[in-house]
Design a protein around this ligand. Sequence first.
Ligand code: NAD
Length: 506
Amino acid sequence: MGLHAEIVPQRRLFIDGDWVQPRQGKRIPIVNPTTEESVGDIPAATSEDVYAAVKAAKEALHRNNGKDWSKATGKHRATYLRAIAKRVAERKDELAKLESIDCGKPLDEAAWDMDDVSGCFEYYADLAEKLDERQYAPLELPMEQFKCNILRQPVGVVALITPWNYPLLMATWKVAPALAAGCTAILKPSEIASVTCLELASIAKEVGLPNGVLNVITGYGQEAGAPLASHQDVNKVAFTGSTDTGRSIMSAASQLIKPVTLELGGKSPIIVFEDADIDKAVEWAMFGAFWTNGQICSATSRLLLQESIADEFLKKIASWASSIKVSDPLEKDCRLGPLVSENQYKKVKEFVRVAQEEGATLVCGGKRPDHLSKGYFLAPTVLSNVKRDMQIWAEEVFGPVLAVSTFKTEEEAVLMANDTQYGLGGAVISKDDERCKRVSEALECGIVWINCSQPCFCQAPWGGNKRSGFGRELGEWGLENYLTVKQITRYISNDDWGWYPKPSKL
Ligand code: NAD
């Protein structure tokens, strides 16, 4: 067992409020991507465990006629969400450290994630309380004999399947609104980074969340994720991950006409116009590509530079990117850690190799920094002279790799930005407000940043268009994902309806 093994808790699956051994007794090693050593293991659930978790969630939904959870007031459920938020805040340092060890993100970023996790539970506690006031909202109808009210009810048992790049935060984006809405949930985090999600289970137990309301089952996609997504008692699947997995989840769900929300991959553009403040633009371009070790769905990994500033910009970004602190994510002021796994490391290096083979120029990076002898580290990498038919321009890399191309006019920039199968995010950097507005409207995506890239707030909707998926998480939209809307229409007139003439002898 490697360094830090002593601080990684040994956990079982969390089903029906209890820690249970996976039925087949299998476990998956946790590999610290900095040291390439195992620091523990997580349970590997299989279909038998999935069935137990779904059964527990279904029972929790209906226990005490639903009065314990699904039909309780939002205010009641909010007390649990606030208790979870508080406990996450109290355990922030420890959870952040676990996250860094498990997935390699710099400790400062992981600490920020924990603030966001806690903030997100608080935010949905507020929305749960407000939900009570919105129940039975009256709806105006064109016929006065009728009165209509709108009731919002939980969709039921939900499967929440999440990726490894923001292990606890991506889980929270789903767990918090699902519980606020009154759903009961089965969370299936990524087998590559599940440690903090199991700690969320321990927090749920600690704060006394009713049994079965949140179940956490760790395991492989095929063995645990697939039977969960296709289970007939799961009323909805909320998924964040790759486009390929999204496709198979959607096709499994379609067999049961089961709703899904899909937050998938991206290849988002950042457009820098010649009137931009170059230093500021360089920093945002780096943040957009290297934050989260470049493993972020919304990374603005395609940089479009207006021709007149390209040379100056590339010189600056080469020297600035080369000075970024790449180190063990637990080291003070680390700004770039290792990629999450050996597989991911190989995949990203292959993207860089193919890009060069196809004619792109390596401006900086492209290999493990010389001062590091092991770990899945890749120095911040910038590739210029990228053409629109190259793989590096079209496909999601999910690593600290920025592909750069140039444009002459605004029209050309928008065309190039939208020439992608994805549609998650986009950024525009310019001092001209009118231009920023025009470009924001023209970008075919769900999130636009002006004069920045990546900041994300739980109050604002998050999600994409095209092959980046559909549905929106966060904000009010996040809560609506887990609610079903019911109209209740009442006949209030004392008069007979009078459509069928009464038979004369009635
Ligand atoms: P992935 O698709 O490999 O795995 C995501 C989750 O799906 C994991 O929990 C995995 O075990 C599970 N899974 C795999 N196969 C499954 C199946 N057949 N049925 C059910 N579940 C299955 O993705 P990843 O490698 O963990 O994450 C990286 C991807 O996630 C990238 O493409 C990235 O763009 C995307 N992502 C998107 C967002 C967003 O908000 N749009 C956010 C983060 C990551």
